[in-house]
Design a protein around this ligand. Structure first.
Ligand code: MCA
Ligand code: AMP
Length: 508
């Protein structure tokens, strides 16, 4: 064991193939990055970050478009021993202001286009440095790093050192930053390496089509760590385009997607066995995969999608097997090292096959919410299990089925949308007395939001205008697809809004 063994980057680097001149990443714009490029590029960025003389534990926030350089910035932050904070590119100024105010990053990296407003709010919040990074390999970050040394910096880290903060919205109140450690991510990456049968370069190697955004667990950790820790090449698509994925499938062996990606690929007439002839594995997660999609995929391609389940706070928790029965409608069995139990309202385990709240424990479970010790304590049981907020059941053979959520959350196209956040925004609009946002089924996104708004007495509200105001203020995937004006919201005897009724009534 060397001193560096617990820095996640050191483990990823150790898995690079012997031939560093081989292609590690091929982009949809025709660029080829070798393993040596990843090593040297991330070293230069890491040395540049170190040259800024930031305090240990500094946060490096990035709201940038998907590019290989954005991935290098993430790897560089690991190497430099700082804490990476990825932000969804759809976030607008109020959302970004909150994350920067809360996380207090020493460095913020944004696109050149957004520099005027991002730098203003970052400097106001006390950020020392704001750099730009564009998806065409331009920007002040790369200009500055071009002068940095490429010596192989990798700051020693302990497994419990925080590597990344991922913000997950709250059902009530403020968004929480889940702190994931080097140990969380390395343990999960190693488990998945084995569990999903990744083939080493010596075994012919795997090639991953990377079509997901890289500011969430799925695209950044499950996909990128998966490829890097197996020395596997990535075909890097800046955004998901079903035609492009179809075109590149014959060159690949692994694909990861949220269910919407599978639905959209199924709509392509060219999808069939021939296109998938070299594929080894299709993996789905982040949202429930409908049995119809699972079956249609099997019929059209001859491949059985492997569904898995995870969270920002825990990375991956359960998975259907690579070898063995992939049971549609289930998220498979707990991964090695993960303890999972299903409990009732009192915290007692329910009998096998009965529905309850899912709680988990394991080396992959996060270190807590950033600067929220009380909230962290509430989300863990006395014996150290994390309360996922998911409702499900586990069969005697270990297979887990998610049947719902105790948290008020809509998962739309793999993105989490918290009704409480939108309701609080809508309630502050002039003329609004109250509102409710519910999720309804949608054939493309799985689930989408619908807003129900009650006007103040004497006010005439227009649903489209409410949505337009939301669109000007929050990330557009959060904007409900419909808004209806009601005279009142249905309530139960306790005065609580009956969202189930609204969901049924407004299902499209
Ligand atoms: C875009 N829109 C959406 C969504 N995406 N609305 C609801 N839900 C969405 N997910 C909006 C657009 O802003 C646009 O609005 C309109 O819907 C149509 O957009 P479209 O062009 O169809 O969207 P797109 O750009 O093609 O994006 C769809 C997408 C994308 C490719 C499915 O949403 C996506 O990449 N989703 C993956 C998210 C993900 O990686 N999740 C992992 C989280 P307008 O017309 O008004 O502009 S990690 C996680 O969950 C855990 C840990 C796990 O288990 O993995
Ligand atoms: P996030 O907060 O983005 O990490 O989202 C985590 C949530 O996504 C989980 O708590 C689940 O509700 C949901 N999720 C992830 N994977 C699956 C899946 N395969 N099936 C159903 N829900 C899932």
């Amino acid at each position: 064991m060397t001193k560096n063994d617990s820095n996640l980057y050191a483990a990823l680097r150790a898995a690079f193939p012997d031939d560093l001149s081989a292609t590690a990443v091929e982009t949809d714009t025709g660029l080829f990055y070798t393993w040596c490029d990843l090593e040297r590029g991330s070293a230069m960025l890491a040395n540049f970050l170190r040259s800024l003389d930031l305090p240990e534990g500094s946060r490096i926030a990035a709201q940038v478009d998907k590019s290989v350089e954005a991935l290098l910035l993430y790897l560089a932050t690991l190497r430099a021993g700082y804490v990476f904070l990825p932000l969804n590119t759809a976030y607008q100024s109020a959302e970004v202001a909150y994350f920067i105010g809360d996380a207090e990053p020493a460095v913020v990296v944004c696109t050149g286009k957004n520099f005027p407003w991002v730098s203003k709010l970052a400097f106001q919040a006390g950020t020392q440095w704001v750099f730009t990074l564009n998806d065409d390999r331009t920007g002040s970050l790369l200009e500055r790093a071009a002068c940095a040394m490429d010596q192989p910096t990798c700051v020693p880290k302990q497994p419990e050192d925080v590597a990344v903060i991922i913000y997950t919205s709250g059902t009530t109140g403020r968004s929480k930053g889940a702190m994931l450690t080097h140990g969380n991510m390395l343990s999960n990456a190693l488990v998945l390496k084995d569990h999903w049968g990744w083939r080493s370069p010596a075994q012919g190697g795997d090639v991953l089509i990377h079509a997901l955004p890289i500011f969430h667990v799925h695209g950044l950790f499950v996909a990128c760590h998966g490829a890097l820790i197996n020395g596997s090449k990535m075909i890097w698509l800046a955004r998901f385009d079903p035609k492009l994925v179809l075109h590149r499938l014959p060159d690949a062996s692994v694909f990861m997607g949220v269910p919407t990606l599978y639905v959209r690929l199924l709509a392509e007439p060219g999808l069939g066995r021939a296109a998938c002839r070299n594929m080894r594995l299709f993996i789905s997660g982040s949202a429930p995969l409908l049995t119809d999609t699972f079956n249609a995929w099997q019929q059209r391609t001859g491949h059985t999608i492997l569904e898995r389940y995870g969270m920002s706070e825990t990375i991956m928790l359960t998975s259907n097997p690579y070898l063995g029965l992939r049971r549609g409608g289930t998220v498979g069995q707990p991964l090695p090292g993960v303890q999972l139990r299903v409990v009732d309202g009192q915290g007692n385990s329910v009998p096998t096959g009965e529905i309850g709240d899912i709680q988990v424990k394991g080396p992959n479970v996060f270190a807590g919410y950033w600067r929220m010790p009380e909230k962290t304590a509430q989300e863990f049981t006395a014996d150290g299990f994390f309360k996922t907020g998911d409702v499900g059941k586990q069969e005697a053979d270990g297979y887990v089925t998610i049947v719902g959520r105790s948290k008020d959350l809509i998962i739309s196209g793999g993105y989490n949308v918290y009704p409480a956040e939108l309701e609080s925004f809508i309630n502050d609009l002039p003329g609004v007395a109250e509102s409710a946002v519910v999720g309804v089924p949608d054939p493309d996104f799985g689930e989408v939001g619908v807003a129900l708004v009650v006007p103040r007495p004497g006010v005439v509200l227009d649903g489209a205008a409410v949505l337009a105001q939301l669109k000007a203020s929050v990330a557009n995937y959060k904007v409900p697809k419909q808004c209806y004006v009601l005279q009142e919201l249905p309530r139960n005897a306790m005065g609580k809004v009956q969202k189930n009724l609204l969901r049924q009534q407004y299902s499209r």
